[in-house]
Design a protein around this ligand. Structure first.
Ligand SMILES: [Zn+2]
Ligand SMILES: [Zn+2]
Length: 94
């Protein structure tokens, strides 16, 4: 079984749990949900704001109370930002 199959199986086995926890997260974080919705309309930049990589770009919120303040970061830089700034807190999605 490769990783993809493993994840698919994990998802299927825990579907209800995953759905329920996503719903709970949304209920607990209405500001973040709103920030993500707003951010969807902001186009990504062409390169990562930190290392200038053009691969695997994602949106990152520096502050959820400033939903329009969105950075374009590549996956590795994004992960680092979360580890740096959100460590001990909620390692949340974007
Ligand atoms: Zn980067
Ligand atoms: Zn982020």
């Amino acid at each position: 079984m490769d990783m993809k199959e493993y994840h698919q199986k994990y998802y299927l086995d825990h579907k209800e749990k995953i759905k329920a926890s996503a719903k709970q997260w949304k209920n607990n974080n209405p500001d973040k949900v709103m920030a993500h919705k707003i951010a969807q309309k902001i186009p990504l930049k062409k390169e990562c704001g930190i290392c200038k990589s053009k691969i695997g770009l994602e949106r990152h919120h520096w502050r959820y109370d400033k939903p329009l303040l969105v950075a374009t970061l590549c996956k590795p830089c994004h992960t680092i930002q979360h580890v740096k700034h959100f460590v001990g807190g909620n390692y949340d999605r974007r």
